[in-house]
Design a protein around this ligand. Sequence first.
Ligand code: IVH
Length: 692
Amino acid sequence: MATPIFDEIKALREALHHHNRKYYVENAPEISDFEFDQMMQQLIDLEAAHPEYADENSPTMRVGSDKTSEFQNVKHRYPMLSLSNTYSIESLNEFIDRIDKEEGATEFVCELKFDGTAISLTYENGRLVRAVTRGDGESGDDVTANVRTIGSIPLTLTGDYPAEFEIRGEIFMPYASFDRLNAEREAAGEQLFANPRNAAAGTLKQQQSSIVAKRGLDCTLYQIASRELPFTSHWEALEAARSWGFKVSKHARICRSAEDIRQYIEYWDKARKELPFPTDGVVIKVNDFAKRRRLGFTSKSPRWAVAYKFKAEQALTRLVSVDFQVGRTGAITPVANLEPVLLAGTVVKRATLHNAEQIELLDIRIGDMVYVEKGGEIIPKITEVELSERKTDSAPFEYITHCPECGALLVRYEGEAKHYCPNQGGCRPQILGRIVHFIRRKALDIDGLGTETVELLHESGLLNNIADIYDLKAVDIAALPRLGERSADNIIRSINASKSVPFARLLFGLGIRFVGETTAKYLAAHFKSLDAVMAASKEQLLEAEEVGDKIADAIIEYFADEDNRTIVNRLRIAGLQFEEEAKELHSNCLEGKNIVISGKFLDHTRDELKELIELHGGKNQSGVSANTDFIVAGENMGPAKLQKAEKLGVKILSESDFISLIGGESQNNSTATIVVEKEEKQENNIVQGSLF
Ligand code: IVH
């Protein structure tokens, strides 16, 4: 491949990888942003002109792609365990004493516990090949495309790295990125992330890597996993990882006594408030690998490490009064008004109280001195009452019985802690909340209509529900205060554009309780049309991915309501998308075939398999019958189905058989599941026993 062009591309890639590392990993840039951008542009142009030299680890891949991708579930080669937690120095000392007793005087490495989401990266011959989330510890989501966009994660390595290894760490969102993201979301009327941890995890699961690229994630690495490593201690491994180009925390220290460890914790409990990223504790690990091997593991966590969790910061202040907010679903949230108090650098005036049960449980009374805590969330919460300061004349809190907005009698649903206002059609915050939700970017994306305009239109009697949006006329809008003809035209234009928003987003926009963006996508993929969702029985709803009892009941309840059905009908007449777009067939190799899917699968969800059947011209059946051609069976196939299949002599295919049948390449070899599992288990034992 050694052509002058390729040499030039290669040189540019190497230079950009180098400068990327200087900037994101070492914090010591050698060239200006302008020079970097120029070099990048040069490479982008060359790669565009020479697609034959494409490389998924090229620095140009860091900008991500707009293509949406589904995540494959991948089994971890070495399971991702978690750590046992301690919350006090006493129990930490017990941990240290136990180790000293078993292993003699022991060296520990203390590290910060980064508050993000765990990731496992696989490198082969110095190139990033896979990034997988922790998932349930056994298997996680392949998020490689997203991870490639994170600047501090090297796409290619330098130095003397092993040919193949996994390295694990934490992907987190620095406070600066978090604040910027939430400010943007607030401006767009989108729900805010409660804390940087949720924001990091949510970002990593984005289906478009170009969005991830813009969110400013960061990553620190703290553990190498490989069959063979030339190190005898964790400290050595960390140093080596740093030399290969990984970002390894510079705050780690070797501690040789319980007192050293206590001092490290004491120092960071204060100093962490100055760090630009979130931490929630300190991790204490045995340094020596031979000792680690002897100490071994419990079923969930290593016996050679423990996490000390920092206590959340607290402040004591007086509860002045309680307000009640009514959400778009009618849910009532009590909010405490407090005497302003300084907590973790900000003045706190309000705190959430969650629901009536919590108020009762803590016996919170107006006038009480209460402890407020910020547990990594933006909104502080009340955790305890200082009973010694309670006034003698205080009375138990009486929860409201009627809606503070419309006066309706509140109700409680079985199994739910919150009270609800049932007056959906006549309660202002609910009416406005539903409309504002419907026009959100992730729903119908009617960007001309902001919250304020919705309120104005509601007040002038033009907008009482989501269907009214499609009866709005430009002249009516233009007549409103602060709105002229131009904005009226814009609004009408975006209303018209919303008629072609895909069905899944319409379903999300309806605002059915518990039907979030993801559930709406699953429902749309499963049922294909709103009519099918409306006609589905509870059992049928439960068959869709991620739909449980609570969601199924909420859907049935929504469509049982006469008013909701009228609104839905009006939306249909207005011309909104009530059906999933028909997809172009990939082949007709399954034409005329009736296929049943049963059990759990390694590489695909059931709905993905269903979609594949349809994309290849086949028909998915829910039950086995005489005209079933074959069953695609995963793990734990239903016994009734198996019996029936055997009786009728229906052929059973594994997931990989099926993928081969439609001409794809299977990721797993599910016909030989048992043999493969045995081999993998053994490998895990070797690795866990000898390396960490
Ligand atoms: S070591 C065998 N080191 O905490 C487990 N974990 O509760 C090895 N975490 O899943 C983990 N900072 O996501 C380790 N310096 C650090 C960490 C850290 C954050 C997270 C990680 C892990 C969780 C365990």
